[in-house]
Design a protein around this ligand. Structure first.
Ligand code: AMP
Length: 388
């Protein structure tokens, strides 16, 4: 089965086309600046062939037409006809309390996603544009929605409720939902698979530290608590989100986080370089970033009555030895013995970075959200076939 994974943002579409039998990503890329000046598509094929094409891309549908055209092109393509796309998996940001897991997209579930748009007015409408476009362009292919929020639907009420009038929860669904669920789920399960331990009986803390950042406490195989709340802005300090819905949203989402504090960049590499050169605000932003992660680790260890496994993932978690080291400093009281030597210089690979005698195992597990979306899509499409 070959699956097209789409992650549609307000002005961008990330895509991967995956052969599920071999696990090979046949082609992947990004369409950027949709509806803006200077739109382009960047594509990379499995054999390393790379291309960047500029062109007027006015909306999501034409962006997807571009992607499909490239996938079928003689020179850079990977398929001969659209029939070779067996299914489409969409990242959907908000599933509210309606979606406890991934689902087949039909008129009823699409309406359900539309109804959740109030909770994620910047994200769900963009996700829906991709769904509508594919429905129009390839009506025979099954589509599946995979939600950022659904993994966290196991949170108990005392964890997800805000201390605000209860009526606001009942009336408007104002509560903690959490995001990055596909990533937290994938890296925690993958770590247990690598360690050959039982996922259902472990206390795990997953730190997804990327452009967006969140941390999750997973107890007995279920999300117990997570740092992102009603919206993704709550919790850890992030790099940036490319949205400008209103001035407050712009302030919180574009001008805050590491960029807002350091005044340098939303890219952690640049902030780390500036800090190394002695820039005070860069140093402050790194200290704040690491402090918040540490604070959540302590809180979640207390909430779970201990921790067996601490996992780093996301662009920063996977690639910044320095951040990992600072976050894990002086954690011996928790039974965490960090191995600085093993950690040093390691980027982007699965590895245990705690000492053998450490009670808490610390690991790097690179995330793979597209693979999770593709796997969920395959499973749901196969289930549908057996039901039929
Ligand atoms: P993600 O959203 O998971 O793709 O993470 C992207 C972010 O990871 C980038 O914006 C960088 O700030 C960060 N990153 C990537 N490589 C490094 C690195 N070597 N050191 C520190 N941060 C990094």
């Amino acid at each position: 089965m070959k699956i097209l994974v789409l992650n549609c943002g307000s002005s961008s579409i990330k895509y991967q086309f995956i052969d599920m039998k071999t696990g090979v990503v046949l082609t992947k890329g990004i369409v950027e600046k949709i509806g803006l000046k200077g739109s382009f598509i960047k594509n990379e094929r499995f054999d390393g062939d790379k291309v960047k094409l500029e062109g007027e891309i006015l909306d999501h549908q034409s962006g997807i037409e571009y992607i499909l055209g490239l996938m079928m092109s003689q020179k850079r393509g990977v398929i001969k006809s659209l029939e070779e796309i067996d299914a489409i998996g969409h990242r959907v940001v908000h599933g509210g309390e309606t979606f406890q897991g991934s689902c087949y997209l039909d008129d009823i579930t699409i309406k359900g996603i539309e109804d959740c748009a109030d909770l994620a007015p910047l994200h769900n409408p963009a996700n829906l544009k991709g769904i509508y476009a594919m429905k129009h362009l390839l009506p025979s292919a099954p589509q599946v929605g995979v939600f950022d929020t659904s993994y966290h639907q196991t949170m108990p009420d005392y964890s997800f409720m805000y201390a605000i009038p209860y009526s606001l929860y009942k009336k408007y669904g104002i509560r903690r939902y959490g995001f990055h669920g596909t990533s937290h789920s994938y890296v925690s399960k993958r770590a247990c698979e690598i360690l050959k331990v039982d996922y259902q009986s472990k206390k795990i803390i997953t730190c997804h530290l990327g452009n967006g950042a969140s941390i999750t406490a997973i107890k007995d195989g279920k999300s117990l608590d997570t740092s992102m709340g009603l919206t993704p802005v709550e919790g850890l300090i992030m790099e940036k989100e490319e949205i400008d819905y209103s001035s407050l949203n712009t302030l919180l989402n574009k001008h805050s986080g590491v960029l807002g504090i350091s005044g340098i960049s939303s890219d952690m590499r640049e902030v780390e370089t500036a800090a190394a050169e002695g820039d005070e605000r860069a140093i402050l932003s790194l200290k704040m970033y690491q402090y918040r992660v540490r604070k959540y680790i302590g809180a979640y260890a207390a909430a779970m009555g201990g921790v067996d496994l601490l996992i780093f993932t996301g662009g920063i978690g996977e690639n910044s030895p320095d951040d990992r080291e600072k976050i894990c400093e002086n954690m011996e009281f928790l039974g965490l013995e960090f191995d600085k030597k093993i950690n040093n210089g390691v980027r982007g690979k699965e590895l245990i970075i705690s000492k053998k005698e450490s009670r808490v195992t610390v690991m790097i597990v690179p995330t793979n959200e597209e693979w999770v979306i593709a796997s969920e899509t395959r499973d749901i499409v196969e289930q549908m076939k057996t039901v039929k």
